[in-house]
Design a protein around this ligand. Sequence first.
Ligand SMILES: *Cc1c(COP(=O)(O)O)cnc(C)c1O
Length: 389
Amino acid sequence: MSGDCFSFETRLLHNKTKFDPTTGAVSVPIQHASTFHQTSFDTYGKYDYGRSLNPTREALEEQLAELEGGTKGFAFASGMAAISTAFLLLSKGDHVVITEDVYGGTYRMVTEVLSRFGIDYTFVDMTDLHAVQNAVQMNTKVLYVETPSNPTLKVTDITAISQIAKRNGAYTFVDNTFLTPALQKPLALGADVVLHSATKFLSGHSDVVAGAAIVKDEDLGNQLAFLQNSFGAVLGVQDCWLVMRGLKTLSVRLQQSVQSAIKLANYFQQHPLVKKVYYPGLEDHPQFELQNKQAKNAGAVLSFELDSEELTRRFVEHVKIPVFAVSLGAVESILSYPAKMSHGAMPKEEREKRGISNSLLRLSVGLENPDDLIADFSNALQHTYSTVK
Ligand SMILES: *Cc1c(COP(=O)(O)O)cnc(C)c1O
């Protein structure tokens, strides 16, 4: 009963793993076995060794594939494990065109690890399609997109980038961590590989580190299966279970968080003490229309800028509700300081070029009552500025 006819919300619950066929258990059993007894001398069963295939991980991988509209999903030990494994599709001499405000860990992987293996890269502002086209070389193998981007929430046209990639015989990778398939389906827009930090919205409770890759093309699926098994950075079974547990509420969590994010973005935008708000759900966002076209809405992450680093420090010290931490996409609101957290691995000049100043804060909106959050931020802003005078 996989029910292709059901809506996304229903399919989160009513899918192939709805109950265990052997016992009827309504939660996917956690299979700890690392190896599987074989009954024949020379022909072996579907499962032989836990790194290659495990039934618990398989259940999660099938769900991920289904939700993204792919044919194959892969669960990894972290988002970076998923991203790094996908980059193993490349070979020495290949070139990557990558969005300049990419996640800090991906920036580090490309500039400090792939570069040692003879894989070259060009960072571009992917909202500028001419710049992307100009950056493509004979040996370009991947166009790497993150949209909306982190932390300045720029929106990249996935369809347009995929077309440039196809014309040039390259793959399009899309990091879909910020929106998840509940809000954006990159494979349907022409992407080849969808990547996730499942640590964030997919699992949603700040209690598991996990990653995912999903593809539509079967040949690419076979290549990634080979790489997942070769590199071996698979997700453990307990963690697979936690991601599946989190997925059941993905849709309702996002609905609530997005509603609150819109409210908060409007609140910050009209607040005289907030210098700038970054949120693709605001009408004056430069890619507001594109965001509405390629995604269901603008998601639950926004950034805002205060007047100085010192004011930002005081503000953070006065905020009570959100946790002040790295990461995003959880039931609790998370306030982070990109310059020192997610983008700490990026040199200061590179950060500033990307608009990641020392007075920029990122907010991942959780499930608290948004009015409580607004009251908390109002107090903090008032306090910050009154102590300065
Ligand atoms: C967190 C994050 C990653 C890295 O994922 P991990 O699970 O921390 O390894 C990659 N991309 C984006 C957009 C992220 O937010």
